[in-house]
Write a protein that binds this ligand. Structure first.
Ligand code: SAM
Ligand code: SF4
Ligand code: SF4
Length: 373
């Protein structure tokens, strides 16, 4: 049974894609509700699969994610109708941005159908949601146009190096750089105007690829974002010694291609923005380890099997699949979301220790492939 923070007014029946009918007065109350650190709920990341065709060493190392790994069974996954219903309820509570992620989201069969359903969701003021996706790019050549036609607005592709040897060491499945670049090209051809590239930087592994990556994406209209290696989950053997602080990344790029800092696009933007002084475009750094941004964290995460997590480094989620499958109304689900949000006190990055616990400790953090990056 869910605690109610607002009175239940009308039991609401819902069908997939239909507008969730949360009474306006409750929408307003909820969209202004803050957590214990005065943060509003604004973004939702949805993991559509916990599986991936890569084995990036910093995310799904082969030693842990092998044939015996207990991936979710098909019937445990939220169905497209359930994801759409949750999204509509989140939208009615003030969420404006949706990011589809995983695992590798393009492995989810007919993902474009889900995108088309989510493209119908509206905010209380009738606006479309900002609908975006993060992918390893391996299936983009096949999927980019379908996704664009379905209503996906923006896309982020992960690529950690331009050198095949380095990239293959990191993806650990012998996947070639050229195929990711071809996926990015397919996204351009499909008409995506905003394309970003995420590069996770591991000191001593791919930091010598920073300049080649910067050089490659200058003047391309694509924004390269360099991400500090994070201690997500318990599998990736994270150690502070392998983190290259974003400040050092910026210093390196600035020495070759002078940079100027830019204001954030909006409050709570995760990446710090920089522009090339010669007008060759923009880059961003995400300093989740060395310059934390918990104080502006407005994100919630819906796992592949419908658990709601409010922090990337959480140990436990709140089960919404059961609510969805047991006849709860939209108002009840909205109540449960806000009840979870108002209790939230997460600020992990501000208090992290220097080592990730080992796989066998009781205090296991959930894996990123499960709750979505
Ligand atoms: N498979 C997709 C991909 O790789 O783009 C989407 C899911 S992945 C978990 C989302 C993002 O998280 C990727 O850009 C990935 O590089 C990043 N990521 C994964 N593990 C990370 C880690 N330990 N530290 C920093 N970023 C990480
Ligand atoms: Fe797969 Fe993305 Fe994780 Fe790499 S970062 S293993 S591509 S989910
Ligand atoms: Fe948000 Fe948790 Fe990351 Fe802090 S550590 S920014 S609370 S997800």
């Amino acid at each position: 049974m869910v605690d109610q923070i607002i009175p239940r007014i009308i039991p609401i029946n819902n069908t997939a894609g239909a507008l969730a009918v949360i009474p306006a007065v409750l929408q307003k109350a909820n969209s202004e509700t803050v957590d214990r650190r005065q943060r509003q709920l604004r973004d939702l990341r949805i993991s559509v699969t916990d599986r991936c065709n890569f084995r990036c060493t910093y995310c799904m190392p082969k030693s842990v994610f092998d044939q015996n790994y207990p991936y979710l069974a098909q019937d445990a996954l939220l169905r497209f109708e359930e994801i759409t219903r949750m999204t509509q309820i989140f939208a009615s509570l003030g969420v404006e941005k949706i990011r589809l992620t995983g695992g590798e989201p393009l492995l989810r069969k007919n993902l474009e159908t889900l995108v088309a359903m989510l493209a119908q969701v509206r905010t209380p003021t009738g606006q479309k949601l900002d609908l975006t996706l993060t992918t390893n790019g391996s299936l983009l050549r096949k999927k980019a146009q379908l996704l664009k036609n379905a209503g996906l607005q923006r896309i982020t592709v992960s690529l950690d190096a331009l050198s095949d040897a380095v990239f293959k060491t990191m993806n650990d499945v012998d996947f070639a750089v050229g195929d990711v670049l071809d996926g990015i090209e397919a996204a351009k051809e499909a008409g995506f105007e905003s394309i970003k590239v995420n590069m996770v930087v591991k000191k001593g592994v791919n930091d010598h690829e920073i300049l080649p990556m910067a050089q490659h994406f200058r003047n391309s209209g694509i924004t390269l974002r360099l991400i500090e290696f994070m201690d997500v989950g318990t599998s990736n053997g994270w150690n502070m010694a392998e983190v290259l602080p974003s400040q050092a990344v910026i210093k390196q790029i600035d020495a070759a291609f002078p940079l100027q800092s830019l204001e954030p696009n909006y409050v709570g933007e995760v990446a710090q923005r920089w522009r090339y002084a010669d007008g060759a475009g923009e880059i961003g750094v995400i300093s989740s380890v060395t310059q934390t941004f918990c104080h502006t964290c407005t994100r919630a995460r819906l796992s592949t099997d419908g658990q709601l997590f409010l922090c990337l480094f959480a140990h436990q989620g709140v089960d919404f699949k059961t609510l969805l499958r047991s006849g709860s109304s939209d108002v009840e689900i909205a109540n449960a979301i806000m009840n979870t949000w108002t209790k939230r006190d997460d600020h992990y990055s501000e208090i992290r220790g220097s080592h990730t616990p080992t796989v066998n400790t009781a205090a296991r953090k959930v894996e990123m492939s499960y709750i979505g990056g």
